[in-house]
Ligand binder design. Structure first.
Ligand SMILES: [Zn+2]
Length: 68
């Protein structure tokens, strides 16, 4: 995949976490009252495993493309 910003070749890889990987509009701290506001789940960890999403990285301009 070519980077849509600088046209350099991108590397395929993944982002992983022991917690769910979510898009959120703002940082969520201990208070989870606004948990669902604007949240979009990208991946949930399986029992005993880690959540992961495939991504394309451009090291040149430090952009990541996530294609779900
Ligand atoms: Zn780039």
């Amino acid at each position: 995949m070519k980077c849509p910003y600088c046209n350099e070749a991108m590397e395929k890889g993944l982002i992983e976490s022991s917690e769910p990987i979510n898009f959120m509009r703002e940082v969520r701290f201990v208070n989870r009252a606004n948990e669902k506001k604007g949240e979009f789940n990208l991946a949930k960890p399986p029992f005993g495993g880690r959540a992961s999403v495939e991504v394309w990285l451009c090291r040149s301009c430090r952009k990541i493309v996530i294609d779900l």
